[in-house]
Structures are given as C-alpha cells and as structure tokens.
Design a protein around this ligand. Structure first.
Ligand code: FNR
Length: 374
C-alpha cells in the first residue's frame, strides 16, 4: 500500500501504520514554523539524530520455546499502573497542534491506560488536564505526573506544586537539564519565540498576581543546585523524579538526596547538543543507580523494538515526546491514541518474538551491538 503522506480522514487512521508516518503527515499539516519547533533540536541537532540512531546500532537476540501465550506489558511506578511500559514525556504547547490541546492528550493517555507527564508549559491548566483524564478513564484510575522547572522564586515554585498536587498529580518530574534555554537555531531563523495571542501557558496564569501566562514567565535558572532539590524534598510528599540527569555520578548524588526516580533524557536533543544518545548511556547509568530507584528513559523511541531494547538494558519504562505531538497534529485525541496503540502492539509483538513471557524476561543478554556498529 502507498504510504499515507497526507492523512485522508476517509481512509481512517487504520491506514497509519508507523510512528514515522505520523511525523510525515504532521509535517504536511502543520505551519512549518511549528513543525520546526517540534522536530528541531539545539545547534547542529547531533543529539537529535543520535537518539534514534542509537537504537539502530543495537540488535536483538531472541530466545525460543519458552512457552507463553499471554504477555503482561503492565508496569507499576510509584503506586500508579500503566498498561504498558510507554509513557507520555512532557512536551509543551499542545494547542499549537490541535484545538483541544492537552485535553486531547490526557484523554488518549487515559484510554490507553498509560501515564501522562503534563508539561508545566501546557496550554491547558493542569487541573483541567486531570479532569479530562478522569472523565475519559471511566472506571479506570488515570495517573498524571507533573513536569516542573524549579523557579528561582520559591513562592512561584510552591504555587506550581500546589496546582499540581490539587489536580491530583502523583509525581513531580523535575527537569534539571535547562539551566539556560537550549539554542534552537530553527526557531531563531523563524522568529518563533512566543505563543499565538489566543494561547497561554495556563499553569502560569495568575500565579501570584494577574500574570497572563506568558512563556517568558518560565525562568531557566542557572543558579539552581542540589540544595533546591533538598528544599523540594521537604516541601512535597509526592515522589520526585529528576529528568535530564545524564552523568552517572549525578545519578548517585541524586539518590543520596533522596529522589525517587530518574528519567534519563537529553530533552530530545533540545538542550546541550552533542551529548550522547540516551540508549548509549543507559547501561552505565543503570549500573550507577544499582537498583536503588527506577530508571526511565526517553529520546528517539519510535518502535516497539526500541522500547524492548531499553527495557532489556534496565529501563523500567520509556517516554515518547514527539510521537505524541505528531499524533495530536494528525488527528487530535484519536491520532495520539493510535500512536500509543501502535507502540503497544509493536512492543507486544517484539516481546513475543523475543521469546519473553513478560517484561521481566527482557534481560541485557538479548541486546547486542549490530554488526559493524562498534
Ligand atoms: C519537549 N521536551 C520537554 N521537556 C520538559 O521537561 N518540559 C517541556 O516543556 C518540554 N517541552 C518539549 C516540547 C517539544 C516540542 C519537544 C519535542 C520536547 C522534551 C521531552 O520531554 C522529551 O525529553 C523528548 O521529547 C524525548 O525525545 P523524543 O521522544 O521527542 O525523541
């Protein structure tokens, strides 16, 4: 069949078979300035490419005849269940790509039974995102986590934590790889530095006064230190994950500061360029953490085989960023749902072909360097 390059509502989303096809369709639908903002990364985008290429440089070596007809793909993280080991990493500004914005994302996550990490820079307030997830989940119990940039003004941070906690978020994912904003030269060339006037960062609206929820209200804070993490530890009872720790020594320090989990991420190649692919860092990172806390990974996950490689190398779950945005851009809630279900099917199929009875059978011996890659 021809690859669907322009989504035809008549033929339905079933025609969309891969995450990459969603990107192709989204690229055709979106304003090129917005497409660049989403697809792009910092500087030469070396890390953007490395994330995807890293998975390609690994092969899978399956086991056989282990006799399992049923495969349980569910994971439990900090007391919350996800029906599969694929979570939604936090991405900003969903109303840029679909009218309902993060409401659509929350519904898709709830329908798929997976965990959504809501971005602090969302264009729908976290309380409304949570309400949409609950309404869509029916009898289910949707899990929402909140991504936080610690603000140098601790009153602002306190107010943001209160909003997330009141909304029922069950963990804080603190992004620590952004002491200053990454340099995205596509955005500079396109003069993209603000949301259209009809959209705002709703979590920042009226935070203390009558702020309009301007993007520039989000302070990137080079002065942040581990003392701020200690402060946070004392000001919330929610589990705290750090997102964007890359150095294994920082993983050890994070654990010493009592954090509950780590999301190994290079921000999809949008912060420091030329950092390694997250999948390449994973084995050393997992060794440093040594089972003390769950390690999650994001960056470049586009296929079920990518998910299985990360889990085999020790990740508890993976996150997807851009794939969800491509799904939203293609067909809103239905598109994001289709992306999640494609990934679920691919993970299940890969697990089966690896001769695994479940995620616990995904062990490091199943992953080998691809011939000629090292
Ligand atoms: C992001 N990411 C991100 N991370 C974060 O902590 N807070 C945020 O607001 C955003 N916003 C954001 C916007 C867009 C458009 C993208 C593409 C990414 C990073 C995100 O959480 C995640 O680390 C990467 O997207 C993972 O890589 P993939 O799956 O996009 O390759």
């Amino acid at each position: 069949a021809a690859r669907p390059e322009a989504f035809d509502p008549g033929s339905g989303l079933e025609a969309m078979l891969t995450v990459r096809e969603f990107e192709a369709v989204a690229q055709r639908k979106l304003d090129p300035v917005h497409y660049d903002y989403i697809a792009g990364g910092s500087r030469d985008e070396v890390t953007v490419r490395a994330n995807e290429d890293g998975f390609g440089r690994l092969s899978l070596l399956p086991r056989v005849l282990r006799g399992s007809a049923q495969r349980d793909l569910s994971v439990t993280l900090f007391g919350g269940q996800s029906s599969m080991p694929v979570l939604i990493s936090p991405t900003a500004f969903h109303r840029l790509v679909c009218a309902e914005g993060e409401i659509a994302t929350a519904r898709a996550a709830a329908r798929a039974g997976t965990i959504m990490i809501a971005s602090m820079a969302s264009t729908v307030a976290v309380g409304e995102v949570a309400a949409a997830a609950r309404a869509a989940a029916g009898d289910g119990d949707p899990t929402l986590w909140f991504q936080l940039y610690l603000q140098p003004d601790m009153d602002d941070t306190t107010a943001l934590i209160a909003r997330a906690t009141d909304a029922g978020c069950r963990a804080l994912v603190v992004t620590v790889d952004s002491p200053v904003l990454g340099a995205n030269e596509r955005n500079q060339r396109n003069n993209f530095d603000d949301l259209p006037p009809e959209m705002a960062c709703e979590n920042l609206r009226n935070l203390r006064g009558d702020e309009p929820g301007n993007v520039r209200q989000i302070a990137m804070s080079p002065e942040l230190s581990w003392e701020h993490i200690d402060w946070l530890r004392e000001h919330t009872r929610l589990p705290i994950l750090l997102k964007g720790v890359l150095h294994p020594e920082d993983a050890r320090i994070a654990i010493a500061h009592g954090i509950d989990g780590l999301l190994l991420s290079n921000h999809g190649g949008r912060q420091l360029d030329t950092v390694p692919a997250t999948i390449d860092l994973l084995p050393e990172f997992v060794a440093a953490v040594d089972g003390s806390v769950p390690v999650l990974l994001d960056g470049g996950v586009r296929r079920g085989t990518d998910v299985v490689k990360a889990l085999a190398l020790g990740a508890a779950a993976v996150g997807v960023g851009r794939p969800i945005v491509w799904g939203l851009a293609t067909a809103g809630e239905e598109g994001a749902t289709r992306v999640l279900e494609l990934l679920r099917d691919e993970v299940d199929h890969t697990v089966a072909l690896c001769g695994a009875r479940g995620l616990a059978d995904l062990t490091p011996d199943l992953v080998r360097p691809a011939a000629g890659s090292r």
